[in-house]
Ligand binder design. Structure first.
Ligand code: FUC
Length: 335
């Protein structure tokens, strides 16, 4: 067993910093721009370490990113109908709606960095005092990534002196084949869900749920993405309501038999948005290939999107003096 290590690398001629957390089981590369998860190197069944995220080949491309690669998304992830919360008009950056915290959201700001080390773990705390997203604020937020054995723990906190809303997520795209050598069809997915949200043609919730039994397939059983995509030919870009999520229980597993890698996720959030990148073709280079359809699966744990318009589902209001905390754990193993 060697000691876990932390390296901070300023990137020449940019404000970017790379933070590398490493132990015997995983290597996690983070960026201060958007408090991003840039790369995760995890062993396959032969112990071969490869990257299991979709990552820009040219690091500077992250500075023009519009697709939230590995990014912390906030203050509020997902769409908000008409960009309206109470009387507050948020930026309409997706047609007439608001999405993912707007063009100056948390994904597109530089965060302060503080590293830490304990006998068992290494980590980094990203700090931001957000006054530029256009939400009532300032919102003071931290994202802490802690590497401990084969697990990466991500904890997000937020508070504000004024009444505001907050529902952050992380938007990493996973591909467990290793360095993106195969697409997601070879992966298996299992989600312990209660129901899915019904979405309208603009991808906004209608307020109705689709019960687990009424879905075209049972996500409780591991299914290959190729089977799932045959039922969802336009791809997954859907909200799964989780069945009793808590940190002591993995609620979602993604695996890939050929590489033998498995990712298990536990979260305090009540839902997860899964986005299969179906139809997402773009000109930038990701893991040595042009970005293309079904290349990765974004797994975005969060409270229910557009919840401000559906109080029956709960609330993401952040009251003055309240500390909001959410946590998601990513555990990597071999089949
Ligand atoms: C997910 C989706 C959106 C969008 C974005 C990049 O959060 O819900 O539709 O494409 O990612």
């Amino acid at each position: 067993m060697s000691e876990p290590s932390i390296t901070v690398l300023p990137i020449y001629q940019t404000n970017l910093k790379k933070i590398i957390l490493k132990n015997d089981e995983l290597e996690v590369v983070l960026l201060n721009y958007g408090a991003r998860l840039h790369q995760i190197f995890a062993p396959d069944k032969h112990g071969h370490m490869e990257n299991v995220l979709l990552s820009y080949d040219k690091l500077e491309d992250v500075l023009t990113d519009q697709s939230y690669f590995g990014a912390t998304v906030g203050p509020v992830a997902g769409r908000i109908r008409d960009g309206l919360w109470n009387e507050q008009q948020l930026e309409k950056n997706s047609g007439k709606h608001h999405i993912h915290g707007g063009t100056n959201g948390w994904s597109f700001q530089f965060w302060d960095v503080e590293i830490f080390k304990t006998p068992q773990s290494v980590g980094v705390v990203f700090y931001l005092k957000d006054t530029s997203s256009g939400y009532p604020g300032p919102i003071i937020t931290t994202v802490t990534y802690r590497l401990i054995k084969n697990k990466l723990e991500m904890t997000t906190t937020a508070n504000s002196p004024v009444e505001t809303i907050c529902n952050p997520t992380n938007h990493a795209y996973f591909n467990l084949s290793g360095d993106g050598k195969r697409d997601i069809e070879t992966h298996q997915l299992q989600v312990q869900l209660d129901s899915m949200l019904e979405l309208d043609h603009e991808h906004l919730p209608t307020g109705e749920r689709i019960k687990r039994k009424a879905l075209p397939l049972d996500f409780y059983k591991p299914r290959t993405l190729s089977e799932i995509l045959s039922h969802y030919p336009k791809g997954l870009d859907d909200v799964f309501l989780l069945s009793n999520p808590k940190l002591s229980k993995n609620i979602l597993t993604l695996s890939e038999e050929i590489s033998g890698r498995q990712l298990a996720i536990a979260t305090t959030n009540k839902s997860v948005v899964l986005f299969s990148t179906t139809g997402f073709d773009a000109d930038f280079s990701i893991n040595g290939k042009k970005m293309h359809s079904n290349y990765g699966l974004a797994i975005e744990p969060q409270e229910i999107p557009d919840i401000v318009h559906f109080p029956a589902f709960g609330s993401i209001n952040l009251h003055p003096g309240q500390e909001r905390i959410s946590q998601t754990n990513y555990e990597f193993s071999q089949l």
